[in-house]
Structures are given as C-alpha cells and as structure tokens.
Design a protein around this ligand. Structure first.
Ligand code: ZN
Length: 424
C-alpha cells in the first residue's frame, strides 16, 4: 500500500518541489542509489539483479511517445500528458539529456512488490509451454477430421512454435487455396493471457464444430492458430516460479542482455520509429530485420501461404483494436483497404468493447507483425490489446477476455472469405 501511494504522490511532489532525483536527472548527474525496497519480500527477490525501472515520463502526444520508445522506454500505459513503462537504468540515465521529464521512477523489484496480484501458483490454470503443446495435441487428436498440428519452426532455445490448423479437408503443412485466417498469441513473453485467448478460441471452434456457422468455416476456410509464438520468452518469464515482466525473446545479445522485441523485428520500416537500438531495452529491435528465428518462422509461414486474407495478433493489455499503419504516421493509402480495415476494426471493437484505432495514433512503432503482413502480402492484419490493467490479471480474466474475443474472431472468420465485400 505504501508503495502504491508513493507512486501516486511522487509526480505531485516532484512538480511542487522540483528537487531531488528529478533535478539530478535533469542536470545529467548520476542517479542516487536505488532506495531499499520497503517490503523487499521473497516475492520479488528474483528481480534484484534486474536493472529496469518503472517510470512515468511526461509525454504530450504520439510524437513524444514515439521518441520515448526509441529512447528505450517500453510504453505500457498511456495517460493524458504522460506515459509509464519499463526502461533499463542505462537508458533512464539518458532521458533527461534527451529532453524528457521523468516524473517518477521505481526499481522494478519495488514496482513488482506493489503490483503482483497473482503469483504463478494462483495462476496455475494458465498454460505454460508444455501444457500448451499438450492441449494442442489433445485437440488435434480428439478432432482428426477437422484439426492437425504442426510447427512453424524452432525458437532461439529450440522450442517448437506450434500451430493448430482447422480445416475439414487439408491437414498439416500442405498448402491450400481456401481463404486463410491466422491467429497468433504471446509475441511478448509476459502476455500470457493472449495464449489463453488463442487456446480458448481453438477449443471453442472444435467444441462447436457442429454449429452451422462454424461448420461452414471449417469447410470453406483454412484457419491457423499459433497461441505461443514466443515460447522462450513466456517460459523465461515464469521460470523462477515468479513473474519477471519479460517481454522479449531470449536471444543473448552482444552485451549479454537478454532478448529482442519480436514485435519490432519484422521487416517493415524496421527500427525507423518507436523501437530502440539499445539491446537492454524492452523495445530492442534486434541487429537487423528478421534476425530472430521466431519472426523468420512466421515470415516463412506467411510468405508460403498467399491464401492468407486476415490475421489477428493478440497482445495485452489496453483494450484496443489496432490496424496499420503502426510504423508510419499515415493511413494506409489504398482507400478500399482502409475501408476494410476500419470496418473490421469497428465491428470487432463493438464485440469486445475495445477501442478501434490506427496503431500509429497511439505511437509510431515500426517493425510489427501487422504492418509487415499487410505490406508484404496485403493481409488485413490486426493487433488486439486485450483487457486488463496489468500483464498478470489473474485466472478470472481468462474467461472474460476469451468470451469477447471469440465473438470478434467469429466475425473475422465470417468476413475472411472475401474481406473486400466490406468495401462494396
Ligand atoms: Zn505485446
């Protein structure tokens, strides 16, 4: 409680007094030693060696936010006039010199002490890598007429990126001429809820395969669901039995920091905006586009399937429904495509109560899945930022987020035979 209060009050205190750490930050002086966590419990001791801070920084508009991403801030929450998120100490020390005003900062361990709502034991219902694999295998085994399982490729650590295919005639990796839809989850390790939503969608479609609408989709579409596209990052996040707020994959960078942001690693205006070239940053774009085995696996899968019409990449959290462009501060130029994007986003927004918007209206961030899929293959690609106000919303959120996103997914399936019918 004390910590939470401090976080809330600090901006006010700083504004009033303009002294102390902020002043030192402004002058580029070394930061004072991190304060001792008030309740340094065993619960967050695993974060003791993690040098990231949770910071709140003034940011008036999306241009400020875009510049902050480049400066190494991983923007997690956006409010009027400021943003909050994670930043490595090395990048934090540069913020003042770059003209940003840091309103408050907390070492990640202190932040975690105040924000861990559910520990993994309480979240046992969430699926880790092996449980996800087992669930997908079970779904395929129980529904041999409609489902098959294959891997998109191997991760940095050699795990498989499993993909469930729902199609009543074609199985495995064999290509298809049917209109195809691709659902993905967990690009970011700590976004475990997205894996659950994708799994729930797969379960729902197969449990209701006799439903006339779903039966029609299984008979006319080619549906792919890859719930865990960054299994290394997801496992790293829970490996100690306590959440680590890990976003990236687990590549070991040249400076020994861990991970590349997979959702900044696609080859669409790669690293030109809203991404960091500082390896410890949570938005590190990697050494070059498609440097990571995970993004290459998705690239190869998509390029080999010109039948893909639509794509949904689940992320968390913010209750948003985003569409291109993310990496340039513009609408997609093709008026017909724009109408399709806007119509789909509005419809899915209504079904989820998520706000539909062009991704770059949030901030400009290049190299994400949606921009690349649209620019490379004309796929109507969306990013859903699921419900909640934390990466770890607890077990109860699974059903709530899944129910509404299944509705949106059914809508997407219903228009994927010919998305352009929405523009006629
Ligand atoms: Zn994400």
């Amino acid at each position: 409680m004390k910590k939470v209060l401090l976080t809330l009050l600090l901006p006010l205190l700083v504004t009033a007094a303009a002294a102390g750490p902020l002043d030192q930050l402004r002058r580029g002086l070394p930061l004072p030693a991190a304060p001792e966590p008030a309740q340094s419990s065993a619960a967050v001791s695993h974060l003791a060696g993690d040098d990231r801070y949770w910071v709140t920084v003034s940011a008036d508009d999306k241009y400020d936010r875009t510049a902050l991403l480049r400066a190494g801030l991983d923007i997690v929450e956006i409010e009027k006039g400021f943003v909050s998120g994670f930043i490595p100490r090395g990048a934090l020390e540069q913020l003042a010199a770059k003209g940003f005003m840091v309103r408050s900062r907390l070492p990640i361990a202190d932040y975690a002490a105040g924000h861990l709502r559910d520990f993994p034991a309480a979240d046992a219902v969430y699926h880790n890598y092996s449980e996800t694999e087992a669930e997908l295998r079970a779904l395929a085994a129980a529904n041999p007429g409609e489902a098959s399982l294959f891997s998109l490729g191997k991760t940095t650590e050699g795990r498989e990126i499993w993909c469930l295919r729902l199609n009543n005639a074609e199985k495995g990796e064999a290509p298809s001429a049917r209109p195809a839809v691709f659902f993905m989850g967990n690009h970011h390790g700590r976004e475990h809820l997205t894996n659950e939503v994708a799994l729930a969608l797969a379960r729902h479609l197969l449990a209701n395969k006799a439903d006339p609408a779903i039966s029609k989709y299984l008979g006319t579409l080619d549906i792919y669901i890859a719930p865990l596209t960054n299994p290394d990052g997801a496992e790293y996040d829970i490996r100690t039995g306590k959440y680590r707020w890990h976003r990236k994959n687990t590549r070991i960078n040249a400076d020994r920091s861990v991970g590349v942001d997979l959702n900044r690693n696609y080859d669409s205006l790669w690293c030109t905006a809203g991404a960091s070239q500082y390896p410890p940053a949570d938005t590190y774009c990697g050494p070059y586009a498609f440097s990571e085995p995970e993004t290459r696996a998705i690239r190869d899968f998509v390029l080999a399937r010109p039948n893909l019409k639509t794509l949904m990449s689940y992320h968390s959290y913010s209750s948003l429904l985003l569409y291109p462009w993310a990496g340039r501060d513009e609408d997609v130029s093709d008026a017909r495509d724009r109408k399709v994007f806007e119509t789909m986003a509005r419809a899915m927004g209504a079904l989820t109560a998520y706000r539909p918007q062009r991704a770059s209206d949030l901030y400009v961030a290049a190299g994400d899945t949606g921009d690349w899929a649209y620019s490379a293959r004309g796929i109507f690609a969306f990013t859903a930022e699921l419900d909640g106000s934390t990466f770890y919303p607890g077990a109860a959120m699974i059903e709530r987020a899944s129910a509404k996103n299944i509705k949106a997914a059914l809508y997407l399936l219903g228009v994927s035979d010919d998305p352009y019918k929405l523009a006629r």
